[in-house]
Design a binder for this molecule. Structure first.
Ligand code: ARG
Length: 473
């Protein structure tokens, strides 16, 4: 029997001519949707149990189907399953093999079901597991970040706006900014999960089924929190996948910005951090090079996740109700997003403990660039100078510093006094880096004690993440 013969195909009845060989190859999805096999089998077992529960299948038939499917799962896991393009997709491959193994009973499994509600169910089941894995990996990164932030709660670095030295901040505070972004990414994942965790099964091809199905039973078997309300919607929309990829695009945008800072900080010009040899590579021609490949690649991969989001949005936009074959194109962008995001998170989580911080260089850089100029202005204001005048005076002090190669804290009291009579010896309390950061002592501020308090609150929030710890959402 040739591969293009229709005899084996479950839908062969209506056809008189075999599928064109290239059409068969073109329309097949088994090359990429076979990764759904576990969830396809779980969905089929739940469906068979439900059919037995309502009396459409006998208990013996149900048991034969379940045993057969479990054996097929083992075959697949051992790499012994012969995937066939002629059988188009993962669903028909498994179903055909079931009939091979258990005979005519296998043909009863598809009663009251269609590949349309089957595939929508499989993707949701698969994505549910993947979201949990991603949440757990993200949590690992967040924990690494907290450990580093705690170590660096008092480390002073220049804070930047426009990538120009602005005001001193603590490195712990800077890292906790990343923590907040990742915290929102966690929250988005959990929110997305609630919309993924809805069961399409029972919608059948598009209109529901004439069999006396019990959808609550199937949903309980599969752990779905809700049942899709409308059969047409259930088989057709992929907004849950679009929402997920859009959340991943935002997460990658954050990792990309983080990457950019790591690349800058590990350059000889900044020299704030060392990323650890196992996370860098060398150059084949320049012996001195140690390249930050990991953050660079993460930054690069962000683009492809954005691309997948655009693919999925465009895939969906023109489709009339209900299911259309277009939807088969949802899988590769989704899978590629998952694979890449998981890889990026894994690398970032592994890299966190490897980062060594060059505290002296950070402090040195903060001492350059007049980072305490705002503190001097605030000091003048506290001593009765209107803010605009204070700004002008400090501008002149900075000008003097530039001309004489001196930072603010290096100037003597008489030097400072020339610019304003209100400046006294206590000015040096605010002109030091540590004085400057300690003074921003409120929730959300950069003072070391505020950073420690923020770390404590973040730990508390992380301990309540149910999704990442495998608990029910
Ligand atoms: N492989 C298909 C997909 O991924 C399964 C559903 C096919 N349904 C159909 N009526 N052709 O969307």
């Amino acid at each position: 029997m040739s591969d293009t013969d229709n005899i084996d195909k479950p839908w062969a009845g209506r056809f008189t001519a075999p599928t064109d060989a290239f059409v068969e190859a073109f329309t097949a999805s088994v090359g990429f949707d076979q990764r759904l096999y576990k969830h396809d089998i779980a969905g089929s077992i739940a469906h068979a149990r439900m059919l037995a529960h309502v009396g459409v299948l006998s208990e013996a038939e149900c048991q034969a189907i379940i045993d057969g499917l479990r054996d097929i799962e083992i075959e697949i896991e051992r790499g012994e399953f012969a995937w066939s393009t002629a059988l188009e997709d993962v669903h028909m491959n498994i179903e055909a093999r079931l009939t091979d193994r258990i005979g005519v009973t296998g043909k009863k499994l598809h009663t009251g079901r269609s590949r349309n509600d089957q595939v929508a169910t499989d993707i949701r089941l698969y994505l549910r597991d993947q979201i949990r894995l991603i949440a757990a990996e993200l949590l690992r990164l967040q924990q690494g970040l907290l450990t580093l932030a705690e170590q660096e709660a008092e480390t002073v670095m220049p804070g930047f706006t426009h990538l120009q030295t602005a005001q001193p901040v603590t490195f712990g505070h800077h890292l906790m900014a990343w923590q907040e972004m990742l915290m929102r990414d966690q929250a988005r994942l959990a929110d997305c999960y609630t919309r993924v965790n809805v069961m399409p099964l029972g919608a059948a091809a598009l209109a529901g089924t004439t069999y006396p199905i019990d959808r609550d039973f199937t949903a309980r078997e599969l752990g779905f929190a809700a049942i899709a309300e409308n059969s047409l919607d259930a088989v057709s929309d992929r907004d849950f996948a679009i929402e997920f990829v859009s959340d991943m695009a935002i997460l990658m945008m954050h990792l990309s910005r983080f990457s950019e800072e790591l690349v800058l900080w590990s350059s000889a010009q900044f020299d704030f951090v060392d990323l650890g040899d196992s996370f860098c590579t060398g150059s084949s021609i320049m012996p001195q090079k140690k390249n930050p490949d990991v953050p660079e690649l993460v930054r690069g991969k962000t683009g492809r996740v954005y691309g997948h989001l655009m693919s999925l949005l465009t895939l969906m936009k023109g489709q009339p109700l209900a299911y259309n074959k277009d939807n088969q194109e949802d899988k590769e962008p989704l899978f590629d997003t998952l694979d890449n995001v998981k890889g990026c998170l894994r690398l970032f989580a592994d890299m966190m403990p490897q980062i060594s911080v060059k505290r002296d260089n950070m402090r040195e850089a903060a001492l350059r660039g007049f980072s305490t100029a705002t503190d001097l202005a605030d000091y003048l204001v506290r001593n009765g100078v209107p803010f605009r005048d204070a700004h002008e005076i400090v501008g002149q002090v900075v000008r003097y510093g530039v001309d004489n190669g001196k930072d603010l804290s290096e100037m003597s009291l008489p030097e400072l006094h020339q610019f304003s009579e209100v400046i006294e010896a206590d000015v040096f309390d605010v002109l030091t880096l540590d004085g400057s950061v300690a003074a921003r002592d409120h929730i959300g501020g950069t003072a070391p004690q505020q950073v420690r308090a923020a770390i404590g609150r973040a730990r508390q929030r992380l301990s309540q993440l149910e999704l990442a710890s495998g608990g029910e959402v």
